[in-house]
Design a protein around this ligand. Sequence first.
Ligand code: VGL
Ligand code: ZN
Length: 185
Amino acid sequence: MNMEFTEGDVLLLVDIQNDFCPGGNLPIEKGDEIIPFLNPIIKKASAVGIPVFLSRDFHPRLHPSFKENGGKWPVHCIQDTEGARFHPDLNIPDNAEIVSKGTRFDKDQYSAFDDTGLGDLFKKLKIKRVFVAGLALDVCVKETAVDSVKLGFKTYVLKQGTRPVSKRSGEQALNQMKELGIEII
Ligand code: VGL
Ligand code: ZN
């Protein structure tokens, strides 16, 4: 993929954490394969001063998304555990900004924009275009991209930089996003 960053762009990497990669507690098939694709893009963004934001799923033990607390997911991304750490192969710039989500006791937050203040910050930073990648395509990447376009940002999803929980819902997610004007590149 040959993309050029310009002023007003941001790279938003969603939940590239150990628990979402093979060997983790909520593993996404080949989730780690996005990393060698994304590292050069991160490098390119940093080199030209494009901000890099990384969201992380960062749950307390009593989080409502866990089966044992009435939710649908296995326990994952518990705050300050190995599973919640970013994958060690991901090259994170020193000045990357971290967005923690999924920290609330009353609801889950799939989207990095959901009650994090990120949308207002992007407006303050005069962000025009948001480039989204990460895990999982059909869950947090989709919800993040949908919020992004609804907030008025031109929104792109890097197809090779994401993987779905399931192939079928991954295809559905891509179609839904396209219908909302999100560009899949
Ligand atoms: C996610 C399931 C549960 C994700 C987070 O980051 O896509 N999926 N929590
Ligand atoms: Zn979660």
